[in-house]
Design a protein around this ligand. Structure first.
Ligand code: AMP
Length: 282
């Protein structure tokens, strides 16, 4: 595996690969790799001969007061894992390579669709940071396919919209959420949890599943189900930002004609913000 920090060295390698007709997959990450990231790499292998994993803790998607400074950075360990997984390139640029004109005057890619609701409502500007960095990574790598996790359901929906709207000739693939045995979705932020918070954390997935089961058995009382799940979270010590039942496609409000819904939630346990979702077929 090559570990690359510079844009030029990356470009040279990509030219060679394209010349030999290899397809290229990109898996964007913020590092501190866990089995969720690794599952996307395994999925990437089904789509391309060459895999680039970017590791970049993107400052523009963190608001002031969020955990940018504390976010776990474990580049050497990540490199070892990626090498074992036979990834071709770990691309770990520094901030100047991605934002050469500085953060204040950086060009921003804004997707109006969905970016102010759900996580966008509690994290203003977050998705502008995400689309601004992902569009740069897509320009740099020009992959045939880019992979994202279902755990960040809203993120992959917004990126799909951006890729279509900007006519990027790139396939977007979403991989399933990987979980600990007790149901907690894997996340780099799980390590912020204290022992007692970690014990309470699986309630988030349990609450989503309870809503999912009610929907599957025909309930259409969306507001009632949301309120009951929020009460479950509160009783377990969470402070919820939202818990919402939406259409899986487009994330609009559910209606009688919806056959695929998604139940999404974001909730705090102490200082840790957890997100999760489940897709429900009805
Ligand atoms: P992050 O490093 O947290 O920005 O995540 C990088 C990519 O990994 C994103 O596309 C996430 O959706 C995905 N991801 C994070 N956690 C999981 C998980 N538990 N299962 C599957 N994919 C995940």
């Amino acid at each position: 595996m090559e570990s690359i920090t510079g844009k030029e060295s990356l470009r040279e390698l990509l030219v060679d690969w394209r010349r030999s007709g290899d397809h290229i997959a990109l898996v964007p990450t913020m590092g501190n790799l866990h089995d969720g990231h690794m599952s996307l790499i395994a999925l990437a292998r089904q789509h391309a001969e060459r895999i680039v994993v970017s590791v970049f803790v993107n400052p523009t998607q963190f608001a002031a007061g969020e955990d940018f400074a504390e976010y776990p950075r474990t580049l050497q360990r990540d490199a070892r894992r990626l090498k074992q997984a036979k990834v071709d390139v770990m691309f770990a640029p520094d901030v100047d390579a991605i934002y050469p004109y500085g953060l204040e005057s950086a060009t921003t890619v804004h997707v109006p669709f969905l970016t102010n609701e759900l996580c966008g409502a509690s994290r203003p500007g977050h998705f502008d940071g995400v689309t601004s960095v992902v569009s740069r990574l897509l320009c740099l790598v020009q992959p045939d396919v880019v992979l994202f996790g279902q755990k960040d359901y809203q993120q992959q929906a917004i990126i799909r919209r951006m890729v279509t709207d900007l006519c990027m000739p790139i396939e977007v693939v979403t991989g399933p959420t990987q979980r600990d045995p007790d149901g907690l979705a894997l996340s780099s932020r799980n390590q912020y949890l204290s022992d007692s918070e970690r014990a309470a954390a699986p309630t988030l997935y349990a609450a989503l599943k309870e809503v999912g089961e009610a929907l599957e058995t025909g309930s259409e009382d969306y507001t009632g189900l949301e309120a009951a799940a929020l009460a479950t979270l509160k009783a377990a010590g969470f402070q919820a930002d939202y818990l919402s039942i939406r259409r899986a496609d487009g994330l609009g409000p559910p209606g009688r004609d919806s056959d695929e819904l998604v139940v999404l939630a974001a909730a705090w346990l102490g200082k840790t913000r957890l997100i999760d979702n489940i897709v429900v077929h009805i």
